[in-house]
Design a protein around this ligand. Structure first.
Ligand code: IMP
Length: 431
């Protein structure tokens, strides 16, 4: 196996960044393939915290090449800031260790503005991150998107930009009653960014293919989570990309199926940020305690995350739609001290057990989760000090084994704290 897709399999914020950073040690290339600056991947190494939005989580490893592939929507202004912030912390991003696909679509200021105006206007809000993600993917599908390769060619870019600025200004003025964008200002901002980004362009499809021929190890880094997938998530309360494993193939143009494994990352409980159904959501003190212990605040928007019990109906669905080969469980330490840990094992709707997870929002909002309870473990031995599976408290091991039995795939990694080294590897997916 020379390629690993690592995905969040709940509603995002599963702790993928940490798992990817950990696995990067065994990789040569780390690739983002969908989403954009809506992601917030928090990495902690030796107590030092780094939050990444666009740059792949591999960047902390100096010998690894980080790639933004075609499926990502890229905000170059945000990316420029992120690179500058990293360099302040002595993390160097240059054309040697960072590549941007010529085909990635750009997020431009009008995308962020319209994302915000629409959210303000909607009575039934999605709760987007307002990073312009949906509008940028819309432009891509409408074939008026501007790609990185267009941006690198000033003449082409300025022409495409003019058409789009006129199109959006009409809506800003006549539909939203807002100020118009100044085209000339956008051109000069873009000229400045072009100079900076010129060296980073790459045919990343070919690069990945050639790397694979040389036997290099490629890690594909998902953003958001499976239940936010535009096709398979809780539509319309989803993001605008395919967050599931198929998105990794489309989003890179690299399809080495026979060499690929798919690792799903899930939290020992569940969270959701933004609107939309959440069958196992907690509205009680236990939920508050988990939120507090788990520091459940969004890394991108600073919003409080909603918290609930682990949902195995949703997780089984995610295993199926992604073709997962194994799992990583994160934040097990957050459940320490909780006397009875619950997990949803079935859904009941109008007295009947549902056969599977559903995308029907009406049903999801009205189902009754059926829970199974597990005895918890106390705080006497801090879980984040444990490095070997056998040393975990008996009840924590029973909990993990019960999950594995019900989910029918192996749990290979157990994360017991936010730091890179607070990780128990039962089986390294790269070995
Ligand atoms: P958008 O991706 O900004 O369009 O937001 C659509 C939905 O996805 C909202 O509910 C967001 O809160 C959610 N979302 C987007 N990115 C993330 C993420 O990285 N983690 C968790 N939720 C996210």
């Amino acid at each position: 196996m020379s390629q690993l897709i690592v995905l969040g399999v709940q509603w995002g914020d599963e702790g993928k960044g940490k798992i990817i950073d950990f696995l990067t040690e065994f990789s040569n290339i780390v690739v983002r393939f969908q989403g954009g600056g809506n992601a917030g991947h928090t990495l902690i190494v030796d107590g030092e915290k780094t939050v990444l939005h666009l740059i792949p989580s591999g960047i902390l490893h100096p010998k690894v090449i980080s790639v933004i592939a075609n499926g990502v929507v890229t905000d170059l202004k945000l990316l420029n800031e992120e690179i500058n912030n990293l360099s302040k912390n002595d993390i160097i991003v240059n054309e040697e260790n960072f590549k941007i696909s010529y085909n990635t679509h750009l997020i431009l200021p009008y995308h962020k503005m319209i994302d915000k105006y629409r959210e303000e206007q909607r009575s039934d809000k999605i709760g987007t991150t307002q990073k312009g993600i949906g509008p940028a993917y819309e432009d891509k599908a409408a074939r008026r998107g501007i790609r990185f390769q267009d941006f690198l060619d000033k003449e082409r870019f300025d022409k495409l930009l003019k058409t789009n600025v006129d199109y959006y200004n009409f809506q800003f003025e006549h539909y939203f009653g807002k100020d118009k964008l100044d085209y000339d200002e956008l051109v000069s901002q873009s000229d400045h960014l072009r100079e900076f980004f010129l060296p980073f362009g790459e045919d990343t499809r070919l690069m990945l293919y050639n790397a694979s021929l040389k036997g290099e190890i490629i890690l594909l880094e998902g953003a958001q989570g499976s239940l936010l997938d535009i096709d398979h998530g809780t539509y319309p309360y989803v993001t605008s990309s395919n967050t599931t494993s198929g998105g990794a193939i489309i989003g890179t143009g690299y399809a080495e199926y026979s060499k690929t494994s798919v690792l799903g990352v899930f939290k020992a409980y569940a969270t959701r940020v933004g609107e939309g159904p959440f069958p196992t959501e907690l509205h009680d003190e236990t939920g508050e305690l988990i939120a507090k212990n788990g520091h459940e605040i969004g890394a991108t928007t600073g919003r409080n995350r909603r918290v609930g019990w682990l949902d195995l109906v949703a997780l089984k669905y995610a295993i199926r739609i992604n073709g997962l080969t194994s799992l990583a469980i994160t934040k097990l330490d957050v459940l320490s001290g909780i006397e009875k840990i619950k997990v949803a094992v079935a859904y009941k709707y109008q007295g009947k057990t549902l056969p599977s997870f559903t995308n029907n929002i009406e049903i999801l909002n009205n189902i009754e989760p059926i829970y199974q309870s597990y005895d918890g473990w106390d705080n006497s031995l801090p879980l984040n000090t444990i490095r070997v599976y056998e040393d975990l408290p008996e009840n924590a091991k029973k909990f993990i084994k019960a999950l594995e039995t019900m989910l029918e795939i192996p749990i290979e990694i157990v994360s017991v704290g936010p730091d890179r080294n607070e990780t128990i590897v039962i089986n390294n997916p790269f070995r």
